[in-house]
Design a protein around this ligand. Structure first.
Ligand SMILES: Nc1ncnc2c1ncn2[C@@H]1O[C@H](COP(=O)(O)OP(=O)(O)O)[C@@H](O)[C@H]1O
Ligand SMILES: [Mg+2]
Length: 265
């Protein structure tokens, strides 16, 4: 489904700051895979997502999505097939527009219509309400509320809904719940599982929460120094504890996993 072949990216090549952030990295995902990614700060996780989305150019390597080589495809083209969420809940939705208008904007793009030039159609309005109802946050009663007034968790849930309104082939989640309070994070993660399962969206999720990394999805990879240093699935993963995983990391990389706020449970 997704095939990353020998991706290499060196920042500031030829200077004292030369930094090989993706080092001959290869990874393949099957359709419907939900893969969690963990790794220390600076391991190259976000850069990997940038390479998949086309927001940075690779030095060498190939990105193949659904059998198509998209290595040279422009980022806005790839955005039709790839959804992405960031840590900051302020990205991904328009603060000055209402919940309903945010949905209408994305929906118009999906349908190839001009947005906001015409009033929102009655049947669309009902469809939007149905979608928002599924978030389970009571927002369907506040469709005309400005998105800027929502809490971080509500806003991130809405962002997830917008990113999957037309289900993408691939969904990239870059610590999308790290800035949320624990309860909101839990709600957004559960929604993430529901939506990706329902549409069978192939997903890569970067997280600092090792427990989530093991419990969500069907496979976990660990990145260090621009490489995949660990790739676990099935029974091995099923029986792995957070402590096992940290130990395994240390054995492999020869230092402790270090992130800003490593979360164990
Ligand atoms: N556009 C860029 N220019 C120069 N260096 C960069 C750029 N983007 C990322 N880096 C560097 O690449 C390394 C990996 O960054 P990143 O992929 O964001 O790590 P992670 O998401 O795993 O914490 C870091 O050392 C970072 O400073
Ligand atoms: Mg990052």
């Amino acid at each position: 489904m997704l095939s990353l072949r020998s991706l290499t990216k060196v920042f500031e090549r030829g200077t004292v700051n030369e930094n090989c952030v993706l080092d001959d990295l290869s990874l393949s995902l099957a359709a419907g895979d939900f893969v969690t990614i963990i790794g220390s700060n600076g391991a190259g996780k976000s850069t990997l997502f940038n390479a998949i989305c086309g927001s940075i150019a690779l030095d060498t390597g190939m990105v193949v999505l659904d059998g198509k080589d998209i290595t040279k495809q422009r980022d806005y083209k790839r955005a039709q097939d790839i959804g992405r969420l960031f840590q900051d809940p302020h990205t991904g939705t328009a603060a000055d527009f209402s919940i309903e208008e945010n949905l209408a904007l994305v929906y118009a793009k999906v349908k190839g219509r001009f947005a906001l030039q015409q009033a929102i159609r009655k049947d669309d309005r009902l469809f939007f309400e149905e979608q928002v109802l599924r978030l389970g946050m009571g927002l369907e009663k506040r469709m005309k509320m400005r998105v800027g007034l929502l809490s971080g968790g509500q806003r991130q849930a809405l962002t997830l809904l917008l990113a999957t309104l037309s289900p993408p082939k691939l969904l990239l989640l870059d610590e999308h719940t790290a800035a949320l309070d624990p309860l909101s994070a839990k709600a957004v993660l559960s929604l993430t599982e529901d939506i990706t399962k329902k549409h069978r969206i192939t997903t890569l999720m970067i997280t600092h929460n090792i427990s989530d990394a093991l419990s969500m999805g069907n496979r976990t990879i660990m990145m260090a120094h621009g490489k995949v240093v660990m790739d676990i699935a099935q029974d091995e993963r099923r029986y792995m504890t957070v402590a096992d995983l940290l130990e395994r990391y240390k054995k492999q990389v020869h230092h402790d996993l270090d992130t800003d706020r490593i979360v164990f449970s």
